[in-house]
Design a protein around this ligand. Structure first.
Ligand SMILES: Nc1ncnc2c1ncn2[C@@H]1O[C@H](COP(=O)(O)OP(=O)(O)OP(=O)(O)O)[C@@H](O)[C@H]1O
Length: 338
């Protein structure tokens, strides 16, 4: 199946439509192809997880949507339609206006987002610069949002500086700031990685409750498959710059169609029995992203690779009502001729 069939299958137009996105980083060693032919939809009011090993391109994808790429990044092909408009063709000023308004982001490290020398109050009022209302009304909204994310005594604590709060509390403040502007799309880049397991669970539940309340879509980047299963409606699995499989969370987790997804699930610490002493890892190494590649990007580590995988990069095949995988094993013609 091709992507067009999947789009027809889902009724309303997605909020975000990423199509055939290619991105390179220029480095002294050569060109790193960090995103290759990435296509992904984020429907309105849904939570989409992006998972994959370190270096697979998850953060690069998130930052490309936000328009926060470093100087050496070059989008060489593709489009990112947000509410029907291509973000990549928008003037810089228009993109800046979208950030902190219809688009907002939670970063892995809360200190990246918070200004250490300003009070929480000042920062939460500033972030509402697109919103109507007096300073007093904006302060009241900020206090209400702090209460909703679980900051006790927010009326007094709003005057404090970021360093007065613990790491978990700082991430709650970042979530409050990101949601205060009522974004239609929230991008969360590994928002729980810096937190311990208990805090992680709390933050995931908080995000889920607030997402439902506000009705925004979320692009949730994570290493943690358990968190994705808990929070997301759909998931895209990335490997070496490509989305190799995507679909509804229940389908991908119960019936993975790509050998890489299966390997990733088998290595997930959440699935490994306590008696197991060492964590299984996927055999082999992630290929270098330098230079062009022939064949399937996963063939060097795939236990099921056959000749065609070394020669030809697979297209997306539909393997379920709402599930696609880039793997030749799902080519029906091959199955018929086998
Ligand atoms: N500014 C940059 N210059 C050169 N290469 C970069 C730059 N940023 C990222 N890369 C490379 O692009 C690839 C994708 O990186 P990215 O950070 O998007 O992966 P990731 O899946 O988010 O990894 P992690 O889970 O470790 O954050 C990696 O090979 C990385 O080294």
């Amino acid at each position: 199946m091709r992507r067009d069939d999947l789009t027809q299958h889902t009724s309303a137009r997605p909020l975000l439509e990423i199509r055939d996105l290619n991105l390179d980083f220029g480095t002294p060693r050569g060109c790193i192809h960090a995103l290759r032919n990435v296509s992904l939809d984020v429907p309105a009011a849904q939570v989409i997880g992006i998972v994959g090993e370190s270096g697979s391109g998850k953060s690069t994808l998130a930052y490309t949507v936000m328009g926060l790429l470093p100087e050496n990044a070059d989008v060489t092909a593709g489009s990112i339609l947000f509410e029907g408009k291509d973000l990549l063709k928008m003037p810089a000023q228009a993109r800046r206006s979208l950030r902190g308004d219809r688009l907002s982001m939670i970063f892995q490290d809360p200190m990246t987002a918070l200004n250490p020398v300003r009070t929480i109050e000042g920062q939460m009022i500033d972030i509402q610069h697109h919103e109507q209302g007096t300073r007093g009304e904006k302060r009241a909204r900020a206090i209400d949002m702090l209460r909703r994310v679980g900051i006790s005594d927010p009326r007094n604590r709003i005057g404090a500086y970021p360093h007065h709060f613990s790491g978990g509390m700082r991430q709650r403040i970042c979530i409050a700031m990101a949601l205060l502007v009522k974004p239609v799309l929230l991008i969360a880049d590994e928002p729980t990685t810096a937190l311990d397991a208990t805090l992680e669970v709390q933050i995931i539940h908080l995000l889920k409750d607030l997402q439902r309340e506000i009705g925004c879509s979320v692009l949730f980047v994570s290493h943690h498959l358990g968190a994705v299963a808990e929070l997301c409606d759909r998931v895209a699995v990335m490997y070496a710059g490509e989305v190799v499989e995507q679909g509804a969370v229940r389908d991908i987790f119960h019936n993975p169609g790509h050998p890489y997804t299966r390997a990733l699930l088998e290595c997930d610490p959440g699935r490994i029995r306590k008696s197991t002493r060492t964590l299984p890892t996927i055999p082999g190494e992630v290929p270098s992203l330098l230079g062009s590649k022939k064949g399937c990007i996963f063939h060097t580590r795939c236990p099921q690779a056959f000749n065609r995988c070394l020669q030809e990069n697979p297209v997306e095949y539909r393997i379920g009502v709402d599930q696609v995988a880039r793997c030749h094993l799902h080519d029906e013609e091959r199955l018929v001729s086998a």
